[in-house]
Design a protein around this ligand. Sequence first.
Ligand code: FEO
Length: 389
Amino acid sequence: MMNNIEIAKGIYSVGAVDWTMRDFHGYGTPRGITYNAYLIVDEKICLIDTVKAPFAPELLERISQIVDPAKIDYIVCNHTEPDHASALPIIMEKAPQAKVVLTSQGKDSIVKHYNKEYDFQVVKEGDSLDLGEKQLKFITMPMLHWPDSMATYLTGEEILFSNDAFGQHISTTKRFDDENEIHDIMQEAAKYYANILMPYSRLVGTALTKAETVNIKMIAPSHGVIWRSHIGDILKKYEQWGSGYHDDTVVIIYDTMWGATEDMARRILEGVAASGAKGKLHRLKTSAMSDIINDVLEAGGVILGSSTQHNTVLATMGGFLTYIEGLKPANKIGAAFSAHGWAGGAIKAMEESLKRAGIAVENPGLAVKWLASKDEQDACFQFGLEFAK
Ligand code: FEO
């Protein structure tokens, strides 16, 4: 087990690294997960967030290396989702005097989800809490990621404990951005945003405006590494993602029954590439949905393809459509294609779903019967070329 790490004077990283976790409620996590928690030792002792319940013993051990958990005065619960709060009842058994500091929505969640009543201190936007030399200020961030979410800012050290915002699912023994390969960290930050925060993009600008009212020397999220050398980079990325920034990438996402739709996908990709745009191709059976959505985040276009089965899409595409409708990627255009035997239906299903996801469908869908003929193959190429233009 890793020891705690002092990230600034009197402030310790005491959370847990879940090296073997590969699925976070449907989000593929090939690099594992961390549940970050932080201990602030001032005249008052304050724990910022907890961990997922199975890791409570690790958290307690790391806290005990610094102070007796019974001496904790405050536990700030920035967000009550179980990856951060399911250890709270276990920690409270060891720290029964602690006040639990959280938003009113957070209090409801602890009471109803965990069936617990504690000495709650409900805070709202702009409230502060004296710890002695330092002070905490609370910045509400509703829906980033739940209604209860908030960030906690520590004066003096100027650390923003941002919880889910700015997080990444990556296991590492090094706690800071500049101690790791920054490309990997940024890639995981993008994937995290795409899969967890994208539906709430319109709220990101408000959160960033609030964050910009304070000086930030570190952003200490509840997942992944702490930002200290690339704060400007990650803030800029959140600004871009929140405003629907995209480049000229076209992502083709398909599944195929006997290969006809796959043949179409490859020829469409050739057309996209011929336009000069960047093309990416994912088959739903071989790419994780969370990786596909990561590619969609900064893409300008999304083309969906599915064989027709039972007058609609393949089940793999059906699952993806449900996912993308919920995520609602902003500022994209889309189109659909399909091969079918005796009856169609897949294109209509995909186009309707794209529209429900908020993706503009401007080009008519492209269908072929059985395998594409030479002319139809050329039409696939042209379809990709025209779409990308
Ligand atoms: Fe990391 Fe929304 O919990």
